[in-house]
Each structure stands twice: as C-alpha cells, then as structure tokens.
Design a protein around this ligand. Structure first.
Ligand code: FE2
Length: 261
C-alpha cells in the first residue's frame, strides 16, 4: 500500500459521505457526527500504529482501516435512521460489503484487501473472533482501541451540549432517567466489559461505555486515555455519589497501571 492509495481512499470516502448528506437538520447532524468521528479515529489510529508497528506500510494500512471502519454507518442511517445495530443491521458487516461492492480496494495486494475487510467487519464485534490470523488480530485490536478513544471524546462533547442540540442517534434512544443498574457497576469491579443487552437507561449506557476500558489493548491507547483525562471527564455526566466516585477511581487506577505510569 502506498501514500497515493491513502490519498485516493480519502477522496473516495469524502465523496461517499457527501452522497449521504441531506437537508433535514437532525439527520445531517447524525451523518456529520460519523464523518467527524472517522477523522478522529484515523488520527488516533496513526498515533497508536506509530507507537506499536514497525513499518510505514503497516501504519498506512492501519490508517486505511480507520478510514473505512464505519463505512457501514452511512447506508445504515440512510435506510434505518438509527445507529443501533440490534434493530437494524450490523454496520461492520455492511461496511465490508459496501467496500467490496464498490470495488474500492482492488488496487491493493489480495492479503491487504483481506486484512482491511476483516478489520472493518469485526471492529464492532463484542469479542474478536478466534478464527482471525495473528496479523489481523494486531490491527483489529488497534482499530477497536482507536474507535473507543474517539467514542469517549464524542460523548463528552455530546453530553456537554443541551439535549436538543445533540446528534439524536448517538445515544441509541436510551432515556435519561434517574439511577442506574447494579449489574453494570459490577462489571467495573470485575474489570470486565458490560453488555449492551443489560442497558436500560442513558446512565447505564454511560457506565457501559466506561467499562470499555477493559477491552483496550495497547499501552499507547492507555497513555492517550490518561493524557486526555477521559475517565474523569466522562464520569462528570453520571450521578455524583460515592459509588460513582469509587468506580471512577477504580478505572483511573487501572488506566495508569496499564499505561505503565
Ligand atoms: Fe463502528
């Protein structure tokens, strides 16, 4: 893969996004959210890749994976007006199918095409499938980190806005009711990732997003999380009580330990 390939892919992606632009303000806000997210995931991915991968070619491949990872979000939203995969379509799968049908990657060696498609397909899987090769797993872990880092950034920005100005599809329709589920708190104490099926409210969803810390893979990702203070900034949007303060402290300790601090 060459630098020119990335330039061509970025041009294609920008035209692809434009083709999904609409006049409706709410719908356009949701589309813009994913375009901006993609740019930021690319920046995260390059930082992590430069820290952990050996060659320029691998860094370019990592960037291409980040650029394409949410391709499926655009046709998903156009058809179903939601980002909730469970009630619409798996956007990882749809992204890989879109790249294939549009023949975007055909210039690349077969092994690179396969790697990119596998990473797009499984970037959003609850767990990485066992069937993947060692090389794919390296990149899959990386896109999953780069994606999560920006999801925290996007939500911190989003929760700072008045509800009527937020991109409506981002919070998957969960209601902002009081309280939260003990099951999700337990996940934090168990150092495991929560499951979307246990989420009943917006607070639950916020705790679920915090539990994603336990699916982060690379030391560089942890150091970016620590440096950007995601845990403390994110926790501000949860009810302020001793239990939340305690899980926040638990998460912050885990991040510092994993960042090698
Ligand atoms: Fe995604």
């Amino acid at each position: 893969m060459t630098k020119q390939d990335i330039i061509n892919f970025k041009k294609w992606f920008s035209d692809f996004c434009l083709s999904y632009h609409v006049d409706n303000i709410e719908d356009q806000r949701n589309i813009t959210l994913k375009e901006k997210h993609t740019k930021q995931v690319c920046a995260n991915m390059v930082e992590i890749a430069q820290a952990h991968l050996g060659s320029d070619n691998e860094v370019l491949l990592a960037e291409a994976i980040a650029l394409f990872h949410d391709t499926g979000r655009f046709p998903q939203y156009a058809k179903y007006k939601t980002f909730k995969d469970a009630v619409s379509i798996n956007h990882g799968l749809l992204g890989a199918e879109t790249l294939l049908s549009q023949q975007i990657l055909t210039n690349l060696p077969a092994q690179e095409q396969h790697l990119i498609l596998q990473c797009v397909k499984y970037h959003n899987a609850y767990k990485i499938p066992h069937s993947q090769t060692d090389e794919t797993v390296i990149f899959l872990k990386m896109i999953r980190d780069a994606d999560k880092l920006d999801i925290w950034e996007v939500f911190i920005e989003l929760f700072s806005l008045p509800p009527q100005e937020r991109a409506s599809a981002a919070t998957l329709g969960f209601l902002d009711t009081a309280g939260y589920s003990d099951r999700l708190i337990k996940c934090i104490y168990d150092n495991t990732m929560g499951n979307l099926k246990d989420v009943k409210s917006l607070n639950d969803y916020k705790i679920l997003l915090l539990s994603w810390i336990f699916d982060i893979n690379y030391e560089k990702s942890f150091s970016l999380i620590g440096g950007r203070d995601y845990i403390a900034r994110f926790s501000e949007f949860l009810p302020q009580n001793d239990e939340i303060r305690q899980i926040t402290a638990e998460l912050a300790t885990y991040v510092s330990k994993m960042a090698g601090a």
